[in-house]
Write a protein of this length. Sequence first.
Length: 182
Amino acid sequence: MARRGWVLLVAALLGTAASAQNTGRRITYAVDPATTAPAATVIHNGEGITVVIFRAAELDEGGTFVFRADMTARGRNVSFPFDAEMDDRSRGNALVESFDPEVVTFVDGATPASTLVTVTLPPGSYGPKKKFVTKVKAEPLRGSRVGEGTGIKVVIREGTASSADAEGALLEEILEALSPEP
């Protein structure tokens, strides 16, 4: 009985070690604010996620928001080159996301793979809704031995960046970036 306990303990420790090694192999995400249209606030919150906050005077049906996502695969023993399919991870939010290209290729650990992300507001009346949130990620295809990483959180909110309370607006955007995932 004691021997079985040791075997289970060793198996658990090996599983934990393997899990820790896999966490180092992941995709990291970046967005250059110069690639956003309209202009957006880009925040990297220190936990790996990149947050892009668009402000619009009004949320209008068909409004589009665009940015370039630059992604890098990191970690030991990643099998390069590999492909990853871009994906929307926020089901049910009614936003329409498109990617150009839809499948990106990671050629090595130093060269970013990039895609143009377009988020379009859905048709219909929004009523009191003043904010939409979605998340996009690259989903590696089989065999790469790399994780998806945290992705990019996209926030589209009603309001103007030039409000009278600029400090309050900035604080609100930072809190938004640090809020839990949608």
